[in-house]
Design a protein around this ligand. Sequence first.
Ligand code: ADP
Length: 261
Amino acid sequence: MPLLQVKRVSFRYGDQWTLRDISIDVAAGDIVGLIGPNGSGKTTLLKIIDGILNPASGEIMIEGMKASAMKRHDLARVIAVVPQDFPMIFPFSVEEIVLMGRSPHLGRLSFESKSDINIAHEAMKLTNTLHLAQRKFNALSGGERQRVLIARALAQEPRIILLDEFSAHLDMRHHIALFDLIKTLNKSRNLTAVIATHDINTISQYAGKIVMLHEGIIHAIGAPDAVITRENISTVYETNVLIDKHPKTGTPRLTLSSNLM
Ligand code: ADP
């Protein structure tokens, strides 16, 4: 039985359908890449998986159980999200933000124990954010904030992590380091990941399965080789690209070329 099933999910904000009849099976230990142009529905789908939005029809299933029937607290012990942005009015410190990740594991009214603090610090070490612990989250750079949000998600000790454009603000070093971290946790803890991204070259190296969304429907789903083709990219992104193989990993490599040359 898949750990996570998106079962025939449709959704609309207003009159227009944003997602139509989306079905995806995610097995424990899978890394799934979610790609598609701006507005294709990636963020909406991640919010539905996390239970922030309710589908108009269809269901999210966790090990065969309807996620809609689970308590928020219980769902948060299975799924953690790294959102694209995290508007924060109150001036929390980085350490306080990461400790928030422990809340699904605390009893009502109980405070963090030494072990919760250790888990939060470990997550901060893994994401290279421990030195920022006492800084205000709001005063960090976009890339630093993203690393803190990954630390918060890891402190949650989820079985599934959903990442929404998490590498957009990261410099090269942190970009690869954090993809490597997800892969390492995937191997060592069987962490399952669904990663929405525009970075097709990188996700092709890490994901076993790519879901390509186009105007709210699944245009293609399968191994990176099968999905990252010139035809699919041309249809979905309306862009001409060159595709060859990454010289080291053999995964699809996409190169943009100017329309003017
Ligand atoms: P992606 O993450 O692929 O860029 P989104 O899921 O953010 O796509 O958006 C899908 C569609 O839903 C877009 O047309 C977007 O304008 C619309 N949309 C997103 N959020 C809202 C909202 N809160 N209210 C109304 N429409 C929305």
